[in-house]
Design a protein around this ligand. Structure first.
Ligand SMILES: O=C(O)C(=O)C[C@]1(C(=O)O)C=C[C@@H](O)C=C1
Length: 257
């Protein structure tokens, strides 16, 4: 969702439909990543490997280089994409689109990827993966990490679009709390507990379905799924939805700048 011309699509229902579709991407990417163990060597700072001219982890190196290449071909001209390493990104060779943006210009300053990365490495991976190193698969593991982190980031920063629609639908209600810079009141106003309950149930159900072993033998006995549905529900409850709401609040606080 980039342009003002897309406004006919800009409703809370259409944005929630996109969040529902993004659940599929997140769960499939999660299933791919958790085939591998945690692989702590990948995230060790500084890296145990000699990376010339670079002092971070092997994972940071791979991710930063990937983002730089993707930036050149226009990934970050989309308001749906937010870089994890925004400093010194190369310019895009693709020209920006000539249309009125949907989001307020302050959207660019809202980026919670540092938090996402911290939660991902220190809380999510230990919850879903076996604790071990698989040195032969570090690059493949990092490729899965990058796909999953970008999907998580896109979903969480979609909070900017959710917040914009809520602001347009109930401008006066939101305006008073923005003017007062009242975070708690904004958080309360944008929270829909019944929707959150539905999200948690739906993602658990999807995890059960997507993680099934599919065989042609109808009498084959059931095998354990590829991902624990209750953990996927927890992932949404404890991190994805709270971080989406944080993005919504941060965006709204700047909406009248
Ligand atoms: O659907 C909304 O209204 C949202 O703000 C998104 C979302 C979510 O992250 O899924 C976040 C807050 C609401 O309480 C419900 C759901």
């Amino acid at each position: 969702m980039t342009c003002h011309g897309d406004d006919n699509k800009l409703s809370l229902d259409s944005i929630r439909d996109s969040l529902i579709r993004q659940e599929d991407t997140i769960i499939f990417n999660l299933i791919e990543r958790i085939k591998f163990p945690t692989n702590p060597t990948l995230y060790k700072q500084p890296s145990s490997f000699n990376i010339s001219g670079f002092s971070g982890s092997l994972f940071q190196y791979l991710f930063q280089e990937t983002e730089a290449l993707q930036s050149k071909v226009g990934r970050y001209i989309s308001p749906e994409e937010n870089p994890f390493f925004p400093n010194n990104l190369p310019d895009s060779i693709i020209p920006p689109t000539k249309c009125t943006p949907v989001l307020h210009s302050a959207a660019e300053s809202v980026n919670v990827n540092e938090k996402i990365l911290d939660v991902y490495i220190n809380q999510m991976l230990p919850l879903f993966c076996t604790e071990a190193d698989d040195i032969g698969n570090l690059a493949t593991t990092a490729a899965c990490d990058i796909q999953l982190l970008q999907a998580l980031s896109r979903r969480i920063h979609y909070g900017k679009f959710v917040a914009e629609v809520k602001f347009r639908d109930c401008t006066d209600e939101y305006k008073q709390f923005i003017l007062a810079q009242d975070r708690d009141a904004l958080m309360k106003l944008l929270t829909f507990e019944a929707v959150e309950e539905m999200v948690k149930k739906r993602v658990a159900k999807k995890a059960g379905v997507f993680g099934q072993e599919v065989t042609l033998n109808d009498s084959a006995k059931e095998v354990k799924g590829k991902v624990d549905p209750s953990l996927v529900s927890r992932l949404y409850d404890e991190w994805i939805m709270p971080l989406t709401k944080l993005v919504e609040v941060e965006y709204l606080l700047r909406r009248l700048d």
